[in-house]
Design a protein around this ligand. Structure first.
Ligand SMILES: Nc1ncnc2c1ncn2[C@@H]1O[C@H](COP(=O)(O)OP(=O)(O)OP(=O)(O)O)[C@@H](O)[C@H]1O
Ligand SMILES: [Mg+2]
Length: 295
């Protein structure tokens, strides 16, 4: 597996080449001399553009003027102390917070340039496009097959049993679970181990062909081996998806993400290439957090 640092260096080289109007450097992932970090492809269109986001639970403002661009086919890690608003921010990206009474949003969130809070937006379709995986795996008390087929059925996304079966298999393969469950697809999902259940939830999210995958501490309840499998999976999935992951594990953020955003008391303090955040952050607060001086 390529390291986060190696990847970050490759991105730097590409950004430099893009600035100079050169084609993408071959072997750009190989180590480059250290130079000032830039956020990847700053001029390219972001997949998600958040601007001036304030979020309120009743009278309490828990996100304060958050502005962040999230780039396609990258892993963006959200870090910061408990209660700083990471989950709230993540849930605002697919309007999952809408179901909490008394909440209010100010500012804008564009996905592919479209305002997701515009009145014309179909929220069900938005949540299909922006899938979510939670900290505690939450399979339905149904079979392994039916967990993955569920979203395909309710969204009427397949026309035949064969097509449904094929899509379930492809999703389980994409979530790196197929080999472990192919012989027991009709067993209860609750008979799987914790790590397998979490990969099943990822397969369920992938089945409906999202563009963006939001993951809220997806490995925090797992043992080191299951955690490693999830991390490898995240790394592979970014070829096809834009991934935003919340984690309290600094090593995990460093391993899996391209960009890291540090939140503190509802504010986005700093976001940059992960390599930069962990080696030379611009803000003292970020440095104190990533070096474990508080949190
Ligand atoms: N449903 C809710 N109703 C009211 N307040 C909430 C609700 N959910 C979260 N909050 C508050 O919003 C703030 C941000 O919470 P959030 O869950 O987004 O933080 P977090 O960074 O994800 O924390 P953690 O690392 O502990 O998961 C906290 O002060 C929390 O108490
Ligand atoms: Mg949280």
């Amino acid at each position: 597996m390529e390291t986060a640092t190696g990847y970050a260096r490759g991105m730097l080289l590409n950004a430099e080449a893009a600035k100079a109007g050169q084609p993408r450097a071959p072997g750009a992932d190989s180590p480059a001399p250290a130079r000032e970090s830039v956020v990847p492809n700053p001029e390219s269109d972001p997949k998600i553009a958040v601007a001036g986001l304030n979020f309120y639970y009743g009278p309490n403002r828990v996100l304060d003027g958050v502005t962040l661009k999230i780039h396609p086919n990258q892993v963006t890690a959200l870090i910061g102390p408990s209660g700083c608003g990471k989950s709230t921010f993540l849930r605002s990206l697919n309007r999952m917070n809408d179901i909490v009474p008394g909440t209010r949003v100010e500012g804008s969130i564009l996905i592919d340039g479209q305002d997701i809070y515009a009145p014309s937006v179909d929220v069900v379709d938005l949540r299909r496009r922006v899938g979510m995986v939670f900290q505690k795996s939450n399979p339905f008390p149904k079979s392994i097959f039916e967990n993955v087929a569920y979203g395909l059925r309710i969204n009427r996304m397949t026309r035949s049993r064969e097509e449904l079966g094929g899509r379930v298999e492809a999703s389980l393969k994409a979530a790196a679970l197929w080999d472990e469950v192919r012989d027991r697809l009709h067993a209860s999902a609750l008979s799987l181990s914790g790590g397998q259940q979490q990969r099943l939830c990822i397969a369920r999210a992938l089945a409906v062909e999202p563009e963006i995958l939001l993951m809220d501490e997806p490995a925090s309840a797992l043992d080191p081996i299951a955690t490693q499998r999830i991390e490898e999976l995240v790394y592979q999935l970014k070829d096809r998806y834009t991934i935003v992951i919340v984690t309290h594990n600094m090593q995990q953020a460093a391993r899996v993400s391209d960009v890291t955003a540090f939140f503190w008391l509802g504010k986005l303090i700093e976001s940059d290439l992960t390599n930069k955040i962990f080696t030379a952050p611009a803000e003292k607060l970020t440095e104190d957090y990533v070096t474990g001086r508080f949190g």
